[in-house]
Design a protein around this ligand. Structure first.
Ligand code: SF4
Ligand code: SF4
Length: 442
């Protein structure tokens, strides 16, 4: 049993703000009267609708799919009838084709939803096909289709899987609660992906500020071959996959490289618990645990919500706003995306809905850089944030590229520590976008 605590160089220690919800058990959300399900809530090709307006659908029924390999199907999260198919505003900020389903109040489960049998009796190919059909995507935020991640090219040998239970984003406690309340699903999911990739070693990496989760997962894996819990330093951005690989295995993913380049696959514990549920019950990804919290939420909660429920309906179940909101975020305060309306639907990657009051949301005024170097010390990628930001402000993206702007993981650590309150991550994000788009064109 490992007692050593692992970590990486750089990073920051923002206030955790997890006390509001870390002890709150997962509650089933009130069943929504209707859901709006985006046909694109993942990285890759959007789905085409498989239903038409007026069709009756049941829970777990596939309603959208794509022939592309890099894509993930979407399923009905309630039973009822298809009201419309068309553009709707989503958490990404743009309008996306969505299927709106009006509930019949029955929550009838589709005939295709059946337990998948013992993982030991399934082949690698069958496991991957089940994961793909279930619409699995990374639920930590990025939304990369899981079956693609688990199908590395033949020239890449994977020997290690890491389950990411760091949950280093302040405020969020959904993964923490999943580890406490659904450990058997995580173990089942871990067994499935280990077999799918042909890997014998799987670490469950958890920050040491969650000792109850470390203990629960250690008990849950006892007697299961190849699984090991690794405690990590509680530091942001410990949950970034490259930092996590470095902390757990000591391996460095090269600049521009991927985890598979150093023999690793990293998946979030919430994703793996859902995969476990897919094998145990047959239900595809139609629900997820979301932390609803922040200084302007009346009754913060960890809710088991149906994909497609509007933010406004979820917030209402938490007693609504306790005061006028200053900022609404899909995800956490460091890497989440600010929302300008509560009419957006929760998607597979909605790990949290954070609502800050006006005081907490206030952006301090920026002053000139004093060359203190704090942003350099904090950057987990060892970049020079003040230099990249300066070049971005000058529209000098070629120069920004020379400072490795494209390697920025947009963690916001530099902005957090900057005493001059420079808009570092915002300007660096702009430079990164320009550099990547230039490379794509080339
Ligand atoms: S430059 Fe990018 S990776 Fe480095 S601290 Fe800032 S946001 Fe994070
Ligand atoms: S932390 Fe802020 S003030 Fe200090 S060097 Fe970086 S940008 Fe300049």
């Amino acid at each position: 049993m490992s007692t050593k605590v692992f970590t990486f160089k750089g990073g920051i220690h923002p206030p955790h703000h997890k006390k509001q919800t870390e002890k709150l058990s997962i509650e089933n959300a009130v069943e929504p009267k209707f859901v709006v399900i985006p046909l694109s809530q993942h990285i890759g090709a959007p789905c085409d609708p498989l239903v038409q307006v007026g069709d009756k659908v049941k829970v777990g029924q596939k309603i959208g799919d794509s022939k592309a390999f890099v894509s993930a199907p979407v399923h009905a999260s309630i039973s009822g009838s298809v009201k419309s198919i068309g553009l709707h505003i989503t958490t990404g900020g743009s309008k996306v084709n969505c299927i709106t389903i009006e509930s019949d109040g029955l929550f009838e489960v589709h005939e295709s939803v059946k337990p998948k049998g013992n993982i030991e009796d399934l082949s690698k190919e069958e496991i991957l096909a089940i994961i793909k059909e279930a619409g699995m995507t990374g639920m930590g935020g990025a939304g990369f289709p899981t079956h693609v991640k688990l199908s590395p090219p033949k020239d890449k040998t994977i020997d290690t899987i890491i389950l990411n239970g760091a949950e280093c984003e302040p405020f969020l406690t959904a993964d923490h609660r999943i580890m406490l309340e659904k450990p058997e699903q995580i173990v089942e999911g871990a067994k499935a992906i280990m077999k799918a990739v042909g890997v014998e070693k799987c670490y469950i990496a958890i920050e040491k500020n969650k000792p109850d989760a470390i203990e629960t997962m250690r008990k849950a894996i006892s007697g299961v071959n190849g699984l090991e819990v690794v405690p990590l330093e509680a530091k942001y951005p410990q949950g970034d996959e490259k930092r996590m690989i470095n902390a757990v295995t000591g391996r460095e993913v090269p600049s521009g490289g991927l985890p598979m380049d150093v023999g690793c696959i990293v998946d979030n514990v919430g994703t793996i618990a859902t995969i476990g549920n897919v094998f145990l019950t047959g239900m595809p990804l139609v629900q997820r645990v979301t932390t609803v919290t922040g200084s302007a939420i009346k009754n913060p909660k960890n809710l088991y919500i149906r994909i497609g429920t509007l933010f406004k309906d979820i917030i209402e179940q938490c007693g609504g706003f306790s005061e006028e909101p200053g900022k609404i975020i899909n995800g956490g305060p460091m890497m989440g995306i600010v929302q300008y309306t509560t009419e957006v639907p929760a998607i597979k990657g909605t790990s949290g809905i954070l609502v800050l009051n006006k005081k907490d949301a206030k952006v301090p005024e920026a002053s000139n850089c004093i060359r203190c170097g704090k942003c350099v010390d904090a950057c987990p990628v060892h970049l020079q944030p003040f230099m990249i930001s300066r070049q971005a402000i000058l529209n000098n993206f070629e120069e920004a590229e020379k400072y490795y702007a494209a390697d920025c993981i947009e963690c916001g650590s530099c902005s957090f520590v900057c005493p001059a309150k420079r808009p570092l991550v915002e300007t660096i994000r702009l430079a990164k976008k320009e550099v990547i788009s230039k490379r794509k064109k080339a």
